[in-house]
Unconditional design. Structure first.
Length: 310
């Protein structure tokens, strides 16, 4: 039995046992380890860095869903992550929406084994518990749950300081929670400008967001799952193609058309466009380098007047 001093100050060994059991479950080697119940005082006695080391190892393991269940068994979710604990049993077939806890565990398991993505997967739906509403026909809605979830993550972090020493990781997790629905809104009808704007707004988190979006598809309906993944892959491909197009070096400098008109006394006309296209072909064929000053291309044209019809 724990002493009064242990009850007052917490027992770090108990926290270590429970966390190590969760890691072992996640890594697939915990058959004989007993359940150890943990209080908040035990976790605080251990220290946040030691807690994070074990939680990170669990999150990156092959079976993080089993590790999360072990945290639930040990009451660690109650003490450390009540926002996550509140998802347990929420839904569970009632009110015609999926069990949010089961869905969350599947998303974590399906996510790429990187801390940003898996931690975001754990927190991405915490806002659903506070935002559930019902439509006139009994349909279930979670309006604004991403925004609410991001604010809940802020409050959780202010309370627990789990990511205090890693500001970049903390900010990435919050960003992914806030925007986790964005990629799933793509339906193939976005204009190139809309795709560019999406990629620009996601910035350095783009790859992680697409990874989280893929993991967030947990439907058992094969066709719906195939379509969902297909849409995300199409969006990813379009982003890549547009980025390649935008990064391609222009063969001729801006203003070269004005330089040609001035040098050869040609008025604005279709003829200038024809000369520029022929000059671009010469660049592509390696006859003259791309990216030079306008004067260099004017000189090249002057040396080949007959060829360019000047």
């Amino acid at each position: 039995m724990a002493s009064r001093q242990e009850l007052a100050s917490g027992n770090p060994d108990r926290a270590i046992q429970a966390l190590d059991r969760a890691v072992a479950h996640a890594e697939g080697c915990a058959a004989a380890l007993p359940v150890v119940l943990v209080r908040a005082e035990d976790l605080h006695a251990l220290g946040r860095e030691d807690v994070r080391v074990r939680l990170d190892r669990m999150m990156l393991a092959p079976h993080p869903d089993e590790g999360l269940d072990a945290l639930l068994d040990a009451s660690i979710l109650d003490s450390l992550l009540p926002e996550v604990k509140s998802m347990v049993g929420f839904g569970d077939g009632e009110f015609r929406h999926k069990d949010v806890w089961k869905h969350t565990k599947q998303v974590v398991m399906q996510a790429e084994a990187r801390l940003e993505v898996r931690w975001a997967a754990l927190f991405h739906d915490i806002g659903k518990v506070r935002t559930r509403s019902f439509g006139p026909k009994g349909e279930v809605h979670f309006f604004g749950h991403a925004e609410v979830g991001a604010r809940m993550f802020d409050k959780l972090e202010r309370r627990e300081h789990l990511f205090a020493s890693e500001e970049a990781l903390r900010d990435a997790i919050r960003f992914l929670v806030l925007h986790h629905l964005r990629a799933s809104q793509y339906d193939g009808g976005w204009t190139d400008s809309a795709v560019r704007r999406f990629a620009r707004e996601m910035g350095p988190h783009l790859h992680d967001l697409l990874c989280l979006s893929r993991a967030d598809i947990t439907t058992k309906r094969a066709e719906k799952k195939r379509r969902g993944i297909s849409m995300i892959e199409e969006l990813s491909s379009r982003i890549g193609a547009l980025a390649a197009e935008d990064s391609r070096e222009e063969p001729l400098p801006k203003g070269v058309g004005n330089a040609i008109m001035e040098a050869f006394g040609i008025p604005p006309s279709k003829r200038i466009g024809d000369i520029k296209r022929a000059l671009e072909t010469a660049v592509e064929d390696g006859e003259i380098e791309p990216g030079l000053e306008s004067e260099s291309y004017v000189q090249f044209l002057a040396e080949n007047k007959a060829r360019f019809g000047i």
